[in-house]
Design a protein around this ligand. Sequence first.
Ligand code: FES
Ligand code: MG
Length: 563
Amino acid sequence: MERYLNQGITLDELVGGKPIIGICQSGSDLTPCNRHHIELVKRVKDGIRAAGGVPFEFPLHPIHENVRRPTAALDRNLAYLGLVEVLHGYPLDGVVLTTGCDKTTPASLMAAATVNIPAIVLSGGPMLNGWRGAERVGSGTIIWELRKRLAAGDIDYAEFLARATDSAPSVGHCNTMGTASTMNSLAEALGMSLPGSAMIPAPYKERAMVAYQTGERIVEMVWDDLRPSDVLTREAFDNAIVTCSALGGSSNAPIHINAIARHIGVELSNDDWQRLGHEVPLLANVMPAGVYLSEEFHRAGGVPAVMSELLGAGKLHGDVLTVNGRSLADNLAGRGIQDPAVICRYAEPLVDHAGFLNLKGNLFDSALMKTSVISADFRARFLSDPDDPNAFESKVVVFDGSEDYHARIDDPALGIDERTILVMRGAGPVGHPGGAEVVNMQPPEALIRAGTESLPCLGDGRQSGTSGSPSILNAAPEAATGGGLALLEDGDRLRIDLGRREVRLLVDDAELAARRERLEQQGGYRYPAHQTPWQEIQRSLVEPLDRGMTLAPATKYRDVARL
Ligand code: FES
Ligand code: MG
C-alpha cells in the first residue's frame, strides 16, 4: 500500500476512509474507438474527487474490433479474466467501466458481474455522422456496400479506401447500430449507466458532463452499497432483450447479454430472445436496419425515448433499479421522442417483428436470424410462395472457414446460382478461435454483376453487427465440436421454415448417422492449429455461442469481491 504514496497520494486520501474508485481505462492507441476515454477520465476523476472519492486508473486489455486477428472476440474473455483479477485483487471499493468498441462493453460488464463491487458504465460515445456529400456514411455498413461495388467493378480499391474512411470523422465508436452502439445502449437499458448517456456522440460537451456525473455517482453508489446484482436482475435482462429489438440491435448482442447474465447468475437463453424479443417492432431508424446515424438518434431522444415508447406499450418492467438509485420508470419520465422520423412511435414502427428468430432442426440446437433486416427483395425471391410464405427449399454450397470461401467463391464449378444457400462452417468459437464474423457471405462476382446482390447464408460463425444481411448465424453446437453442419455436403437441400422456426437438412436419419460415423472415423471435423497459448486455453474451455461463449469454469464464480 505504501507504494501508492510514490505517486503523491497522501495517507489521508489512502486510508482516511474515502471510497477508492477504480477507473478501468479501455482506450489506447490499440483501441482507437475508446481512445477518447483518455480525455474523458479527467472529468470522471473530477467527479470522483468532488464526491469525496479517490480515483485510480488502470488499463483494460486492448480490444480493437477491426484490427485484432484472428478476431477481437477472442479477447473478450481474456479482458474479462484480467479485469476480474484486478477487481478482486486490489483494494477498490467501486469501479467505473469505460466502454465503447464492441467487446469492451461485455468484457467489462461480465467482470463486474462476477466480482460484484459497485460498478457503473461510461460509454465513450459514438463518432459523429460520416458524410460523403449529402449522403450519410455509416461505420461498417458502408464497407459491406462498398465490397459489393468493388466486386461489381463500379469502383476501384483507391475509391474503396477513400469512401470507407468517410465513415470515421471523429473520436468515438461506430456510428451505426452495430455491436458497439448496441452494447452501450443495452448497458443503459440494463440500468448500468446513467440515463440518456449511452449514445451522446463522443465529441459533444454533454459527453464530458456525463463523465463527471458518472464519477460523482460511483462514489455515492459505494456509500449506498449498490452492486451489479441489485441492477442486473432477470427483469433487467428482459428489458435489454426488448430494447435490442426496438433498436434493430446487433446479432452479437444475444451472445454478450447471455454471457453477462450467466456471470451474474441469471439463466437466459436464445428461446428467451425469441419469446420476448421477436414480436417487438423496430423503432430506431438507424443503420443498418434504418437510414440515420448516431447524431440524429441522440437528438431524437436516444435510448430513453425508445424505452419510453416500449414502457408505454407495456413491454418493459418499469420498477427495476438502475445505477442512479432510481427506477427505470422514474428515469424515463418526460423523455419522449423528439423526432419521429428517427425514432418511431410504437404504433407506427418501421418493421413489425424486429427481434431474432431462434431456429432449430437436425443440424443445430440454436441459430439466430435477425428479422428486422430481411429486405423486400429477399422476401420476393425466397418467401413469395402464397401457399407457404414463410418457407423455402434450396441446395447448399459449403465452405470451411473464410479462407476457403475467399479461395473458391468465384469458381464456376461450384454451380452457385441465385437460389443457392451459402454455408459457412468451422467459424465458431472453437473452429476459428473466438468465432469469426464471416457468415454474411457475398455471392460470386459474376452473380453480383448479373444483379443478385445477396444469397441466403447460414453458418456457425457470427457476423458484424453493422451488416444488414439476414443470415442464419451463431449456429450451435458448431461443426468443430460435433455440430451437424459438419455433416453437410455440397448439393444437399435444406428446408428453411421461418414459420416453424426450423432449418432441416432433407436427408433421412440413417444417411445422417452414416455421415457422422464416417466423420468420426476420420477423427472429427478438422480446424487450424492453435497459434498462441491463449487460443489453446480458450478453445479448451469455451462454451457455445448460444451460452454466451463464456469460459466454462468461470461462470460458477460469483460475488468474489475482496472483503
Ligand atoms: Fe470499434 Fe466499431 S470498430 S466500435
Ligand atoms: Mg463487430
